[in-house]
Design a protein around this ligand. Structure first.
Ligand SMILES: [Zn+2]
Length: 281
């Protein structure tokens, strides 16, 4: 069985128990936006990287407006991960798209983190006693879970040693069956060569009555999953469509598909179409 090649790093490694304050990258300063970011946009255009350049130009315009030109006309935004209250989240861009109202200036959370925090309070209620196994843990969510979940949180990562169980391959876990009351697996399946086997393994180690929550990147207005012969630049083996629900149903008796953005107040900046898959056994 092939090994996992890439798992995502925790997104904000500056937060630690030694430094409990949030260390997000902050709101973009006007000077940086109008000098370095504009220059970077022009350089990208000069190198023919039109898509990235255009998206970055839109990002600079959005952040200049939202934080420095018209913030007084904006309604408040709130981050449920860290408690930030302000006039905007930060727009971010790459070659593929611009994400408006994306990064929290205080904790660096993105839409899916804020959506999960709004969702998990209900999803993690009424579970069997036991532990929550968190794959490839992100510190923003780990910190929120530590404060809000009654379950003991244990962490695992294929690549990182800074977890409770290092080197676990989600396609072939070493844990006995029915070990965990809950599982959280956030943006991992797309990095795994055999996602069907990964789902079977997570179902195996989940206790009866337990819940496993997955988020994975995809276009969920489409049915079909696009598979790549070799992983793309982000280490993804596939870009999911809604047919992934059928795959999950082959491993779990109950699968609920939740559009986190549709369920949240817009002030939390959770994008419509950011899906969570809630699987129960
Ligand atoms: Zn935040």
């Amino acid at each position: 069985m092939p090994a996992i090649t890439i798992l995502r790093r925790p997104m904000n490694t500056q937060v630690s128990s030694d430094n409990p304050g949030w260390k997000g990258r902050g709101a973009p300063a006007l000077g940086k936006l109008l000098s370095r970011d504009v220059l970077t946009t022009a350089k990208l255009a000069a190198r023919g990287k039109w898509s990235t350049s255009w998206h970055m130009a839109l990002e600079v315009a959005a952040n200049t407006g939202n934080f420095h030109v018209w913030p007084m006309f904006r309604s408040s935004r709130e981050c449920p991960c860290c408690g930030y209250v302000g006039k905007s989240f930060v727009a971010t861009a790459n070659w593929r798209a611009v994400s408006y109202q994306s990064r929290c200036p205080q904790c660096d959370s993105r839409s899916r983190h804020r959506g999960l925090v709004m969702l998990l309070g209900n999803v993690l209620a009424d579970l069997p006693d036991g532990e929550l196994l968190f794959f490839a843990p992100e510190l923003i969510l780990l910190r929120w879970l530590s404060d809000h979940s009654t379950l003991k949180i244990v962490t695992t990562d294929y690549n990182s040693a800074d977890v409770d169980y290092s080197g676990e391959d989600i396609q072939q876990l070493s844990f006995p069956s029915e070990s965990f009351a809950a599982i959280l697996c956030n943006h991992v399946l797309e990095h795994v060569p055999d996602d069907r086997q990964a789902l079977m393994e997570t179902a195996r180690v989940l206790k009866p009555g337990g819940v496993a929550v997955f988020t994975i990147p995809g276009d969920y207005d489409k049915q079909t999953t696009r598979h790549f012969d070799t992983p793309d630049g982000n280490g993804h083996f596939r870009h999911y469509g809604l047919e992934v629900v059928d795959l999950m149903r082959s491993a779990f008796p109950k699968v609920e598909t939740i559009d986190m953005g549709a369920q949240c107040d817009p002030k939390f900046g959770v994008r419509r179409g950011d899906m969570a898959f809630v699987c129960r056994k």
